[in-house]
Write a protein that binds this ligand. Structure first.
Ligand code: FER
Length: 248
């Protein structure tokens, strides 16, 4: 494992690279809202990919883990800019052949947005429990269950465990994920627990229907982070890379 920082216009993005081969495919892997790269479901995904012969570049986004920026100042726009820097870094590695991107929850939403922006660079994307209702919810006046007036955005939102600036909401309200979905024509693997209390499973079904080449693997009884179902998450990922991806 190599540990380093990717510079994104002065913000240091903490990254770890776990190589599976001398030369070969690589998947970028991103955590969710309040998450980081050492969470059990992130490590499970990393190991599953490594076992499938895919090198993995985990990176932490603005305000998360050991990366720069404060949590309260993070926005989806900042994450998009960060992720574009990570894609650019990965494209520059001479041991990388095919490039993939995977992310959990808000990182899954990010993966869907970057899929649309970097459709030529990403052979497949793997949104895990993707929180792609965040922009819809922000337009309706909800962020993680906290309510506000969507036409008069508050200076900040405060919950028991986090604080966000109004800019998180302002920027989220402008994002239309369907545009990103329609721009990505490669293979998509969506893995989602059908008892996820954070992101409704129905969003996974909706996304799978909108993508031109998506597979949805439901994990029966699993919650948002696949607690108690990590083996099934690993098998879903290994199955995707082991069968489908080798044939294209
Ligand atoms: C929200 C629902 C889900 C939200 C964030 C999430 C900020 C993300 C969860 C995660 O990444 O685990 O309304 O608002």
């Amino acid at each position: 494992m190599e540990e380093f920082y990717i510079n994104n216009d002065g913000i240091r993005l903490h990254a770890r690279l776990d190589r599976a081969a001398e030369k070969g495919p690589l998947c970028i892997l991103i955590h969710g809202f309040t998450g980081h790269m050492e969470e059990d479901h992130i490590i499970t995904a990393q190991k599953a990919m490594n076992e499938a012969g895919i090198s993995v570049l985990r990176a932490e986004m603005y305000g998360h883990g050991k990366s720069g920026g404060e949590f309260k100042d993070h926005t989806l726009y900042k994450w998009v800019t960060n992720a574009l820097a990570v894609v650019s870094y990965a494209k520059g590695l001479d041991h990388v052949t095919d490039l993939y991107m995977c992310g959990h929850s808000q990182g899954g939403l990010l993966t869907m947005l970057i899929g649309g922006m970097c459709a030529d660079d990403l052979k497949a994307i793997l949104p895990l429990s993707p929180a792609w209702m965040i922009p819809d919810n922000a337009r309706e006046g909800i962020v993680l269950g906290n309510r506000f007036d969507p036409e008069h955005i508050p200076e900040k939102l405060v919950s028991d465990s986090w604080e966000l600036s109004g800019d998180y909401i302002r920027t989220a309200q402008t994002i239309h994920v369907e545009d990103s979905i329609s721009r990505f024509k490669g293979k998509v693997l969506i893995v989602h627990g059908d008892e996820d209390p954070t992101v409704p499973y129905s969003y996974a079904e909706k996304a799978a229907g909108l993508y031109s080449d998506a597979v949805l693997i439901p994990i029966h009884g699993a919650d948002h982070c696949f607690v108690g179902h990590l083996d099934e998450l690993a098998d879903s990922i290994k199955g995707f890379f082991g069968s489908g991806m080798n044939n294209i």
